[in-house]
Write a protein that binds this ligand. Structure first.
Ligand code: F6R
Length: 611
């Protein structure tokens, strides 16, 4: 949420900063801006996407070897030119960008207003910036010290970059709760919210930790804590290629990421799933197997799509390991003073590893003594680092705002983890265990089959794109898939969609059914098949339009449904890895046909770093 870029070195800063902002635009795209120091400090900003800002400043002098840039997802103040970042301090000398929320900004604003400060935006960022400037003037201290003093006073989350016209050789940066990566080049440094703007220049990076301040010059990087003590920067090597963050010939990242799934699921299973040997190798699970299988309870904490993956995990773990599982929305869990018993295990699921609600929920649970296992995609992210142990999904960078390949990566990890735990606990027969290992191994190939020809899904999208509502229904393992299908559709096409357990429909939602309502059933062949066939009949009897995801070879469903999307047969425990794919495509095509920006749906942002 909000993308931050900075450059200091020997090259021109502007092109690097703008390119970086385009790479980070998935984090927020309601306004964009840059600040550059050449002889003087210049700030350019504009409501809209990065390209709108670029266009608006054509012909301006955009020189300088130091610059910062921001692409915004509005929190305080509507998206507008004046609320766009960077903000300038009252003296005009300082410029700052910020990702996060300063919770006590009203009190500070009041304090500053009484001192005669005026504000030209509605943002908490401008308040923090002037607060820093005010401390510098009153304490007659340097900017670095003023920054540290200010940070000790504020409550909330931040990643900030700060530059000073009078010190064009330095970028000051600080983080708490919002990510910051610094790339180390030869006589140059790159700063960003994630590594994507950095990898084409250098693979050596430092992940800045909470409560650290970075003093960044072209040839020096100093990290300090808020007590002004130096901290040794820990340099890591990025394991990411540039191609992974480019569209690679696809029209949209979302479509590319849907089509990457045979490869990303394969990568997730590779080296871990060894069906011939009857083995699953997962270091984080192995090292903590006793804690995991003896847990009196497992609590899964996540948001959005990751929460849906958590629901699949609940079904899988309860069925195979016989351990009670609760799945919690992180935002509710964190504020509920939840009861955590000794031995309880928390599994956190997060693509970005930076989701503020999930992160804080875990911090609270960790303080209460819980064991935290993280299932995360983004390597080195805050949740990955906070967890006691974990497993990466290895899905590669997910740029499309709507999560697709990260979801199937989460399902793949969860499936392996559940089976490994069940085998260790003795709650699964050897036959079933072995069968499921082979079932999992076959998934990438089966996903590829679904993706081979998607023209019929495109035709279904065309047929139903003007509907104003959709209902998604599923049972058992396919219930979370129905929820995920509904979430995808509303995100990308802005059509109201709801997901329900298919049997729950008759307790209310069936009242919505008429000849205008498309109802999507996830109706693959599983233990609920007969029951879901009856549910389809109930909708047809009320003239609803039925679209089904069905198993290949099913002869019954197509005779009842108006439209059918087939997926290969699979054991129901791994079925969601297949049944979700047509739903991802359906929402992609509906969004596309309605003319929307499917990679950057309105009001959304990837990596929700505010609560
Ligand atoms: C939906 C989507 C969101 C995220 C949610 C959690 O397509 O992407 O619902 O799943 O914001 O994000 P992570 O997984 O990064 O914690």
């Amino acid at each position: 949420m909000c993308g931050i870029v900075g450059y200091i070195g020997e090259r021109q800063a502007y092109p690097i900063v703008v390119k970086g902002l385009k790479r980070l635009e998935y984090r927020g795209y309601d306004s964009a801006g840059v600040a550059l120091i050449d002889e003087h400090l210049s700030v350019y900003k504009k409501k809209g996407k990065v390209a709108d800002m670029e266009e608006a400043i054509v012909g301006q002098h955009l020189g300088g070897h130091v610059g910062i840039g921001h692409t915004r997802w509005a929190t305080h103040g509507e998206p507008s030119d004046r609320n766009a970042h960077p903000h300038r301090s009252a003296s005009g000398k300082l410029a700052m960008i910020h990702n996060g929320i300063i919770e006590n900004y009203m009190a500070i604003k009041e304090e500053l207003t009484q001192k005669g400060y005026h504000f030209s935006s509605d943002t908490d960022t401008e308040v923090l910036l002037n607060f820093i400037e005010d401390i510098r003037v009153n304490n007659a201290c340097g900017l670095e010290e003023a920054l540290r003093i200010a940070l000790k006073r504020i409550v909330g989350a931040y990643c900030i970059l700060l530059i000073d016209e009078d010190d064009p050789d330095t970028i000051l940066a600080a983080r708490k709760g919002s990510p910051l990566v610094i790339g180390i080049g030869k006589n140059e440094h790159f700063l960003a919210s994630d590594a994507s703007p950095i990898i084409e220049y250098t693979k050596e990076v430092v992940y800045v930790n909470d409560y650290q301040v970075a003093i960044v010059k072209k040839d020096e990087l100093v990290l300090k804590n808020l007590g002004n003590e130096k901290v040794t920067p820990f340099i890591t090597k990025l394991d990411m290629e540039l191609a992974a963050i480019e569209k690679g010939g696809y029209d949209h990242f979302m479509l590319k990421e849907i089509h990457e799934q045979p490869a990303t699921i394969f990568d997730c299973l590779r080296g871990r799933l060894l069906p011939e040997a009857g083995l699953i190798k997962m270091g984080g699970v192995e090292a903590n197997i006793d804690a995991l299988i003896n847990a009196p309870r497992i609590i899964i904490v996540a948001c959005g799509t990751s929460w849906h993956a958590g629901l699949v995990a609940e079904y899988l773990i309860e069925e195979t390991c016989r351990i009670p599982v609760e799945v919690e929305y992180a935002s509710e869990f964190r504020y509920r003073n939840p009861i955590i018993h000794p031995g309880d295990v928390i599994i956190a699921i997060s693509q970005s590893g930076e989701t503020a609600d999930t992160l804080v929920a875990l911090e609270n649970a960790k303080e209460k003594g819980a064991f935290i296992f993280g299932i995360v995609n983004s390597v080195g992210s805050s949740i990955a680092r906070l967890s006691h142990a974990g497993a990466y999904t290895h899905s590669g960078p997910e740029i499309g705002v709507a999560s697709t390949k990260a979801f199937t990566g989460q399902l793949a990890v969860i499936s392996m983890m559940a089976l490994k735990m069940a085998a260790a606990k003795g709650t699964i027969t050897t036959e079933k265990y072995t069968e499921l290992l082979f079932e999992l191994q076959a998934i990438p190939e089966k996903v590829a089959t679904i993706l081979k020809d998607t023209s019929h899904i495109e035709a279904i999208a065309e047929k139903y794109k003007d509907a104003s509502d959709f209902l998604f229904l599923g049972r058992g393992y396919n219930f979370p898939v129905a929820l995920e299908g509904a979430l995808k559709l509303k995100e990308i096409s802005y059509i109201h969609a709801e997901g329900y357990p298919a049997a729950e429909m008759k307790h209310g939602p069936i009242a919505l059914v008429d000849e205008n309502l498309p109802v999507v059933f996830v109706a693959t062949r599983d233990r609920f098949y007969e029951k879901i066939v009856s549910n389809v009949q109930e909708i047809k009897a009320r003239k609803g339009k039925v679209i089904c995801v069905a198993s290949e070879g099913d002869k019954v469903i197509p005779t009842m449904a108006d439209d059918t999307m087939f997926v290969p047969d699979a054991d129901e425990l791994v079925g969601p890895l297949l049944s979700v794919i047509p739903l991802q495509l359906l929402s992609y095509y509906v969004g596309l046909k309605k003319g929307y920006d499917v990679d950057k749906p309105r009001n959304l942002a990837k990596s929700v770093t505010v609560e």
